[in-house]
Design a protein around this ligand. Sequence first.
Ligand code: C6P
Length: 410
Amino acid sequence: MSDLAHLRRDFPLLGRAVHGKPLVYLDSAASSQKPVQVIDAVAEFYATSYANVHRGAYTLSDEATTAYEGARAKAAAMVGAASPTEIVFTSGTTAAINTVAYGWGLDHLRAGDRIVLTVMEHHSNIVPWQLVAGRTGAELAYLRVGADHQVDLTDLEEVIDERTRIVAVSAMSNVTGTMPPVTQLAAAAHAVGAVVVVDAAQAVPHLPVDVATLGADFLAWSGHKMLGPTGIGCLWGRADRLEEMSPLQGGGEMISDVGLYESRWAPVPHKFEAGTPPIAQAVGLGAAIDYLDKVGMDAVRRHETAITGYALDRLATIPDLTVHGPTDLAVRGGAVSFTLGDIHAHDIATILDEENGVAIRAGHHCAKPLMRHLGLTSAARASFYVYTTEDEIDQLVAGLHTARRIFGLS
Ligand code: C6P
């Protein structure tokens, strides 16, 4: 077991009670809790250095701009970007993928082109492509998911064919925890000249990610899932790819000149950041990156692998329980979805909350095609992060035994 338990004291919310029981927060795949270092950084910024950015010829605005652009540099370093200018701040993963789908897709896709996705994608990496396919006449094609919960590569060359212009894949499923072979998929995509978009919402927070190793052209992730505030996320794009993209939104900040009938854009990345950006949120994201840097992303991954292994072992002892995801810890992360007999996932979540103070997510997890592939309409999901302990897994297991009892499964 790893030694990150001491980190818990940094997370004030984890000290609270729910229904008279100590909170057990097992929903970090939906959103993570925040350490005091992030909460304080945001409060301190508002208290001492807040102003709008890139505008004022005065000290406070300079300080705010330095803090905002400093966060961009930290985000760039975190994923091995060649330059901070390859990072576009967005409101989150969803906005980042939409920025590529519309900004790159509308200009470059034609009728008959292919957009290749996998069946395990989150709706955020399906629906934008459906919308853009509808506008351009491009078609969608899917790589299937096998019985091992991994992307099925048997028809890789048939699906990623000469018509393929975009391959958009998740680096980690938010349902099964599966980590697809992104590097291999990217190589197949590049062999036919396609652009690779990686949904890293569940990857960047949980393990070291390097855009060059992945072979990505674009990478999207959210701040709120990696100890940072809501309302901020990142789109990393290779410099030449970002240059090929049109801005989605027009307004202040994103121009170099505006005439009555036409305008010129600011250089990348500002051309994609119209209007006043999420300044304090970026500062909070920077503090979250500092925090994760200090812990070390290798240590984060080691801790989660250990806690996931412990959880899978404990869950395997519960009769009638099925985990929907790989058992091999090398190819999975800490999102563990399961069903328990015929007890509805929402009932499981309610019992865990009320009886044991355990917070999990229940439902389709915004991945309906994957749920259909699994033959499910809903599942319960426990998900882990740096602050998760074995004791908390024990509370989850105790709550699941209670659920079995209540529903007469014993
Ligand atoms: N998944 C979950 O509980 P946003 O909402 O834009 O920050 O992230 C969207 C998103 C995209 N891709 C993946 C793989 C994700 O897991 C998510 C968010 C949450 O699983 C909310 S549905």
